[in-house]
Every structure is written in structure tokens, then in C-alpha cells.
Design a binder for this molecule. Structure first.
Ligand code: GLN
Length: 186
């Protein structure tokens, strides 16, 4: 679990409940210990700056290039995209999923909402409740990206190889299927 800033505690709880051993990643040494990484919600601008300050940018980029499984939610999606709109100049985006995203593209905190999402996953029986909080909006999707869920014509969950991103917060609902699916992928 990337634990530089933001909502990593609830993700950790779900993952541990599912039997995963969780390391809070704050340094390159921590990153070297893990088989996979979850990057949760929070503030992508702050996470980007803290990744710089903690020396994580280069090692994280290397792990992602060599296919470490990663799940990025909300701010995590922004960090894993290939380009970000409305970030700060030089904000890191690691390009694990070929997406252009706009920060806060669904509006401000007060515009937070929930939406039933139908997931394009084989074993999926029914919809998933997506909670969107200052969520990034996907503006462009590259050719190698698989869309797993969309909302009003925009992708809200995507996968490219072993990198999975969602614009919403799966750790905030009483439904652990996305975490379970990711752990199966790992
Ligand atoms: N808007 C935030 C950002 O830019 C993301 C919000 C969230 O993670 N809930 O990082």
C-alpha cells in the first residue's frame, strides 16, 4: 500500500481481511519488499511531491515498467495515467495505463456522488456501487487500454496489462470484489 498520503487505511483493512500481507510503502526499501502495489485516493499533487521527497519516483517507475501489478484508485489513477490535466507543472504520472485524465473532472467535494456501474468482467454477477469524490475524469484512452467500466460514455475503470485503475473508491463500500479480483490478478 503506498502510504505517503491519503486514504490508505481502509484499503489496507480490506486487503488484510482478504488475507494479503500489507506493507506501508514510504521508501524505496519498502517498495523493494512488495509483490504488488495499491495506490489509493487522496491528493495526487501531494503524493507526487512526497514521492519526489522520499526518493520513490525512479524505483516506482522501474517496478511499473517491469510489470509489477498495481491498483490505483482516484488519486492513484491520476498517478498511474500517462498525462494529467489540471495538475501542477511537472506532476508525476507514471504512464502505467495509457490514459489522459483531468483532475477533479467530476467537480468539487460537494459534487461527490455514487453511481451503479456495470462491470465488464467475466465472473461479475451484478453492478458495483462507485463512490466518486473529486474524481478524475478520463478524457483519452490509448489503444492498449481495456475499459472495465464506464459512466455516461467515460471510462471509470481500466486495465492495461497488470495495471488497473478506477476513478472511484472501492474501499468505501461494503463490497470487496474489486480488491479480491486484484489479489487474484496478483
Ligand atoms: N482530486 C484528487 C487529486 O487530484 C483526487 C481525489 C481523490 O482521490 N478522492 O488527487
Amino acid at each position: 500500500m503506498l502510504a505517503l498520503q491519503g486514504a490508505f487505511g481502509l484499503h489496507q483493512k480490506v486487503l488484510e481481511h482478504l488475507g494479503a500481507g500489507v506493507v506501508q510503502v514510504r521508501t524505496p526499501q519498502h517498495l523493494a519488499e512488495v509483490d504488488a502495489l495499491v495506490i489509493g485516493g487522496g491528493e495526487s499533487t501531494t503524493m507526487s511531491k512526497l514521492a519526489d521527497a522520499s526518493g520513490l519516483v525512479q524505483p516506482l517507475a522501474e517496478r511499473l515498467v517491469t510489470g509489477m501489478p498495481v491498483l490505483g484508485t482516484c488519486a492513484g489513477m491520476i498517478l498511474l495515467a500517462s498525462d494529467v490535466m489540471d495538475g501542477y507543472p511537472g506532476q508525476h504520472c507514471f504512464g502505467a495505463v495509457d490514459l489522459v485524465v483531468q483532475r477533479n473532472g467530476y467537480g468539487r467535494q460537494a459534487d461527490s456522488f455514487g453511481a451503479r456501474l456495470s462491470m465488464k468482467l467475466d465472473s461479475w454477477q451484478d453492478d458495483f456501487e462507485g463512490v466518486f469524490i473529486r474524481a478524475p475524469k478520463v478524457c483519452e484512452v490509448g489503444p492498449r487500454v481495456e475499459m472495465l467500466a464506464e459512466l455516461d460514455g467515460s471510462a471509470v475503470m481500466c486495465r492495461q496489462g497488470s495495471a488497473v485503475v478506477c476513478a472511484f473508491h472501492p474501499e468505501l463500500v461494503d463490497d470487496d470484489r474489486i480488491h479480491r479480483w486484484f489479489l487474484d490478478l496478483v
